[in-house]
Design a protein around this ligand. Structure first.
Ligand code: GRF
Length: 211
C-alpha cells in the first residue's frame, strides 16, 4: 500500500538554516512520512533557494514586487501552493504577511517558527535580531523558540511546541540568536513537522493536543 507522505512547502526569506534542518532530518530519517515539494522565497537571492537546489528540491521566487497589486501576489502564492498539491505550509524565516486566502485554504495547516517563547517578544516588529535585542534589553534569563499554527493574527495561532534556551552573561543579539537557533529552532520545527506528518497532534478549542 502506498504510504502516506505529507507534502510540504517551505516558505523562506533569508539564509534558510531552518530549511536546512528540515532537509537534514528528512534525509536522516528523524522526520518520517514527509517530503519537501517546493521552497518558495520572496527574495530571489535568498541563500535558502541555494540550499534547496543543492538537494534537488524545487525552488521558486514569488515576490510581491513582481506584481501590480498585493492581491495578484496573494493569488500567485496560493496558486503555487495548490500547483504543488502541498498538505502543510512551513514558514521558516518568511518575512511576508501570509494572505487571508492562503490562511483560509490551509486552516491549521500552516506552521511558523518564532524565535521567542510566545506570548513574550512577539507580534508586530518582533522578527529576526529585533527579538533577541528586546530579550537582552529586558534582562530575561531564559528565552527560547515556539512553533505555532498560523492564523489571521501575528504569532497568535495555537502553540505546537516550545523549547527554552538560557541567556548567558555578555550575550550579544547575534550570539543569542545563534544559540536559540541551534538549541531550539532547528529541533522543534523538524519535530513539529514529524508530529503532523504522523498524525500525532490535533487542535481542540484552539489548543494543540497530542492524539
Ligand atoms: C531567524 O531570525 C530565525 O530565528 C527566524 O527566522 C530567521 C531566519 O532564519 N526563524 P533562517 O536561517 O532563514 O531559517
Amino acid at each position: 500500500m502506498e504510504r502516506f507522505m505529507l507534502k510540504i512547502a517551505v516558505l523562506v526569506s533569508g539564509g534558510g538554516t531552518n530549511l536546512q534542518a528540515i532537509i537534514d532530518k528528512i534525509e536522516d530519517g528523524t522526520i518520517e512520512n514527509a517530503k519537501i515539494e517546493v521552497v518558495i522565497s520572496n527574495k530571489k537571492d535568498a541563500y535558502a533557494l541555494e540550499r534547496a537546489k543543492n538537494h534537488n528540491i524545487a525552488g521558486v521566487c514569488i515576490s510581491p514586487k513582481e506584481f501590480q497589486t498585493r492581491e495578484e501576489f496573494n493569488v500567485a502564492l496560493l496558486e503555487a501552493l495548490e500547483e504543488y498539491q502541498v498538505d502543510l505550509v512551513v514558514l521558516a524565516g518568511y518575512l511576508v504577511i501570509v494572505p487571508e486566502n492562503v490562511i483560509e485554504r490551509f486552516r491549521n495547516r500552516i506552521i511558523n517558527i518564532h524565535p521567542s517563547l510566545i506570548p513574550s517578544f512577539c507580534g508586530d516588529g518582533f522578527y529576526g535580531l529585533h527579538v533577541h535585542e528586546a530579550v537582552l534589553a529586558r534582562g530575561n534569563k531564559v528565552t527560547g523558540a515556539t512553533v505555532h499554527f498560523v492564523d489571521e493574527g501575528t504569532d497568535t495561532g495555537p502553540i505546537i511546541l516550545q523549547k527554552a534556551v538560557n541567556v548567558e552573561e555578555g550575550d550579544t543579539p547575534e550570539v543569542l540568536q545563534r544559540r536559540v537557533m541551534e538549541e531550539a529552532e532547528w529541533n522543534i520545527l523538524p519535530e513539529a513537522i514529524h508530529l503532523i506528518a504522523n498524525d500525532k497532534i490535533q487542535v481542540v478549542d484552539n489548543l494543540v493536543r497530542r492524539k
